[in-house]
Design a protein around this ligand. Structure first.
Ligand code: AMP
Ligand code: MG
Length: 480
């Protein structure tokens, strides 16, 4: 199997990673291959599906031209600094430049121990692998920057996580795996030249125009801030909760990365937390912008020596977060209720709607989707109306006055308000079928449904509707 690798990260100093091959799996079997993504990357999907291809996806065979490494990084985990984390169960096989000219990492996750494994086994269980596959592809379907899933294979081995579970490997594709924690790792070792090397590398790879200006490192920080601000705003607009926004799970490319106990919110409540390990609600839905800025502040600290220790420059950069976040978030909210153009007074409308939704615990996704119909005809109001019906009616009157200035707002709204999201109870059901009964049907179907989330299809009602009381999932787990 021929893959044209070009491994620029492996050409950085060897302090940045550990060279380590994946550990072969006992009996690899393909669960799912993302053919469309393979094509985009210029890879031969037919070949990847052959036993030789599957051997590659399981880590049993290192393809020619690959240079497998485990990346070193540090990170603040729930606010506490850990100077060395690193890829404890992943191998970066190498980079490929896709049909679109974009360079991407091809990484195996769950492919065996590395020098960064600490007490971990270097393996991944099938459930979390399929979960990352589903939710990262759901994010891609929604149009939100994210790492992608190229393939999932089972290893034929057992992993122990409180109980016996089938093992699996995810092939992850990312713009890069440079995290805020990667900068923290080098900065904590006290080598400013290495921080500069990594910054130069990240600029060349993700922000090439920053290199052309008078102050590349400032421009780099500005642009990472802007991308993270826009990313978190996009999460909020679809009700996504990352769940573990540690600095090691914060990519400088601006992609969503490391899907653990992440979840989409059903009923609207900014304090929503699903992660079983987030006892304080640090990573609650509504806290995410604040946490992103906290993480970026850690990045700014690492870059301070490159900014001539100019704290004002770093502060100004970080002050760019709020306007970038607000532009994407408030602009997005306005579009969710069909309003375009200048925002005079429109933000009151969106905020008043969110207040009504919060008071009612209204389903976030379904409320906005039903409002699309209400934009077409007031006859659809009945399907939106909250417990506080008078509150909704008063709000809808104001909304319609403003909506009269828009052309076909319902259609515009359907393009930004998904009909289907990866609802917890549906995801759990698909994973349970796969893990407990080796029935991958529900996983496959759900994956297809989530690839076109803005489509109206009455047949998809079981994916679109909120969970019934007894179906509601209250906790999600990392499963590492
Ligand atoms: P995560 O929670 O996936 O972001 O991982 C946090 C850290 O724990 C990273 O350094 C991972 O590489 C490491 N880690 C997680 N699971 C395992 C495992 N099963 N074996 C070894 N290292 C792991
Ligand atoms: Mg991580």
């Amino acid at each position: 199997m021929h893959i044209q690798f070009d491994n620029s990260y492996a050409r950085l100093p060897d302090r940045f990673y550990a060279r380590v091959d994946p550990t072969p799996a006992a009996a690899p079997a393909l669960v799912r291959l993302n053919r469309a993504l393979a094509e985009q990357l210029g890879l031969d999907a037919e070949e990847l599906a052959t036993p030789q291809g599957v051997a590659l996806l399981a880590g049993n065979q290192v393809p020619k031209g690959a240079d497998p490494i485990a990346l070193a990084y540090a990170g603040h985990q729930f606010g506490h600094f850990v100077p060395q984390l690193g890829d404890g169960r992943a191998n970066l096989l190498g980079e490929v430049v896709g049909q679109d000219g974009v360079r991407r990492d091809i990484q195996l996750k769950g492919s065996g121990p590395t020098p960064f494994s600490r007490r971990g086994d270097g393996r991944a269980a099938l459930g979390p692998v399929l979960r990352e596959y589903l939710i990262s592809e759901a994010m891609a379907g929604l149009g939100i920057p994210t790492t992608r899933a190229l393939a999932a294979v089972t290893t034929g081995e057992t992993v122990w996580r409180e109980t016996r579970l089938p093992g699996a490997v995810l092939t992850r594709v990312a713009a890069s795996h440079i995290r805020v924690g990667t900068f923290q790792y080098l900065a904590a070792r006290g080598d400013q030249d290495d921080v500069r090397r990594l910054a130069d590398y990240a600029i060349a790879r993700h922000y090439p125009d920053a290199a052309r200006g008078p102050d590349p490192y400032r421009a780099f920080l500005d642009q990472v801030v802007a991308r993270q601000a826009a990313l978190v705003a996009q999460w909020l607009l679809v009700g996504f909760i990352h769940g573990v926004m540690n600095t090691d799970n914060c990519s400088v490319s601006g992609e969503t990365i490391d899907y653990g106990p992440c979840a989409f919110m059903d009923g609207y409540d900014p304090a929503t937390v699903f992660s079983s390990i987030d006892h304080q609600g640090r990573y609650a839905y509504g806290n995410q912008p604040r946490i992103a800025l906290w993480n970026l502040t850690r990045l700014a600290e690492c870059l301070l020596p490159l900014l001539d220790n100019n704290e004002d420059a770093a502060k100004q950069s970080l002050q760019g977060f709020a306007p970038h976040f607000e532009a994407t978030y408030f602009g997005g909210l306005r579009r969710k209720i069909g309003l375009s153009g200048e925002p005079e007074g429109d933000d009151n409308l969106t905020q008043d709607l969110l207040k009504l939704m919060a008071a009612d615990g209204a389903d976030f996704t379904q409320t906005f989707r039903r409002l699309c119909d209400a934009a077409d005809s007031p006859a659809a109001d009945a399907a939106v109306r909250f417990r506080d019906g008078a509150g909704y009616d008063a709000w809808a009157r104001r909304w319609r006055v403003r909506l009269a200035r828009e052309v076909d707002p319902g259609a515009a709204m359907r393009a930004v308000n998904p009909a289907v999201i990866a609802r917890n109870h549906v995801v759990e059901a698909a994973l349970t079928a796969a893990v407990e009964r080796a029935d991958f049907g529900p996983f496959e179907t759900l994956l297809d449904v989530l690839s076109q989330p803005y489509r109206d299809d009455p047949a998809l009602e079981q994916y679109a509707r909120p969970p019934r009381h007894e179906e509601r999932v209250r906790q999600t787990f990392c499963g590492t």
